[in-house]
Design a protein. Structure first.
Ligand SMILES: Cc1cc2nc3c(=O)[nH]c(=O)nc-3n(C[C@H](O)[C@H](O)[C@H](O)COP(=O)(O)OP(=O)(O)OC[C@H]3O[C@@H](n4cnc5c(N)ncnc54)[C@H](O)[C@@H]3O)c2cc1C
Length: 381
């Protein structure tokens, strides 16, 4: 199919991957409908679908142990300014990322090797130098840290989705603010069923995050897992003390390897420090499981463990309030997202591994290319 001819396309899922797919396809001149609901106002009363982007903090960085993800991260980060310019929405803060762990851990030392090979600027600090550079750390003896100062920090996933949606709309996309209830494919096109009627398109990209497989009615080899985040509200003095804090990836055994976001202002007018890192993977087998998980509000046990970990890592941390928040991630077994065609008219783009926010613009772009027939093989499974 020629990329020069405008094609009537639909993208299902107005999240981190679907919204950039719609932006890129609209900018190419295609006639795009972007279908998906907003964030629910009240999880406990919501009867529809949920997403993984209802937050203000996601770590962004170019480093990844795998070259594929380094490539995705670099491509997406290089377009952050473009997305902000097209939408008028800021979503990125370049505060850097500290990768830190015990100096004998090969997953720590490999950060130095991989960043050097990939020409990603990274500064190494150990023991007392680590303590001097990052005085908020509680313990640095025997620790090694690699600090990525540029093209790294955090993004607001909520604001990024808003930015991508506005940019897609400005490029001509039509936003349909409701869930897709089903997809039927025929020789002449696809019809997406919604509560307010059918949306007809020549092709459809399904980028519905944790709901992708259930909406398609087929397994693509990915599992949806429950995730719990603990958030700590800080007073003015703590916000000031931690003003220079970067995002952090603590490297260690599962359950002792939290990721930590520095203090970030939230829509409630307060500043919250956030961390996550579940010790056990709890699979969510069905849409009903996902709904129950989000309605449950997350795991208090996991949040208790996270609270201990933040107090172990940040010197003398004082917080005013704790909040527990549920989320979900999708994992396959190849550390690759699932992007590619499923049939002549249906393509798919999802698979998050807890790290696809930062590079979602590139994953969405690839999803769009798959829909146009220009990415012919599914990346995974
Ligand atoms: C706790 C947590 C922390 C994370 N931290 C990081 C991080 O620090 N850095 C990072 O890069 N990544 C991080 N991630 C991962 C990142 O948030 C995900 O990779 C990303 O959200 C995946 O994008 P997606 O578009 O596949 O899914 P989503 O963002 O969930 O979007 C899917 C969209 O599809 C919609 N949808 C579902 N069903 C339907 C339907 N039937 N019809 C229409 N729409 C539908 C949903 O409403 C949703 O808006 C984290 C994830 C979690 C849960």
């Amino acid at each position: 199919m020629s990329a020069n001819k405008a094609i009537k396309l639909a993208v299902i899922g107005r999240g981190l991957i679907g919204s950039p797919a719609a932006r890129h396809l609209s900018k190419m001149g295609h006639d795009v409908a972007l279908i998906g609901p907003d964030e629910p106002a009240d999880y406990s009363r919501h009867s529809g679908v949920f997403g993984s982007h209802y937050d203000e903090g996601r770590i962004t960085r170019r480093f990844d142990p795998e070259p594929f993800w380094v490539q995705m991260n670099c491509a997406a980060i290089s377009r952050y300014d473009e997305i902000s310019a097209e939408s008028g929405v800021e979503f990125y803060r370049e505060v850097g990322v500290l990768h830190v762990g015990r100096s004998e851990n090969p997953n720590v030392t490999s950060v130095g090797k991989i960043t050097a090979e990939a020409e990603i600027l990274c500064e190494a600090y150990s023991d007392t130098r680590l303590a001097e550079r990052f005085p908020f750390l509680r313990s640095t003896a025997g620790m090694l840290g690699y600090f990525e100062p540029r093209n790294a920090g955090h993004i607001s996933p909520r604001r990024l989705v808003r930015a991508q949606t506005i940019a897609a709309e400005r490029a001509g996309a039509r936003i349909i603010d409701e869930p897709a209830l089903g997809i039927s494919e025929s020789g002449s096109g696809v019809t997406i069923r919604t509560r307010s009627g059918g949306v007809d398109a020549e092709r459809v990209l399904v980028a519905a995050g944790g709901y992708t497989q259930s909406l398609l009615g087929q397994s693509l080899g990915f599992t949806v897992y429950a995730r719990t985040v603990a958030m700590f509200r800080l007073g003015a003095a703590e916000v000031q003390r931690l003003a220079g804090m970067p995002s952090m990836r603590c490297i260690g055994p599962k359950g002792d390897n939290p990721y930590i976001l520095p203090p970030i202002p939230y829509p409630d007018g307060q500043t919250w420090l956030k961390l996550g890192g579940d010790p056990v993977d709890l699979p969510l087998e069905s849409e009903a499981d996902i709904k129950d998980w989000f309605k449950s509000g997350g795991s208090i046990d996991v949040a208790d463990g996270l609270q201990k970990q933040i107090l172990d890592r940040i010197r003398d941390l004082k917080f005013e309030e704790r909040r527990v928040v549920p989320c979900m991630t999708t994992y396959g077994d190849k550390d690759l997202p699932c992007i590619g065609p499923l049939s002549e008219r249906v393509a798919v783009a999802f698979g998050c591994y807890g790290k696809s926010a930062k590079c979602s613009d590139e994953l969405g772009r690839l999803g769009g290319m798959a829909l146009l027939g220009e990415v012919t093989a599914k990346l995974a499974p």
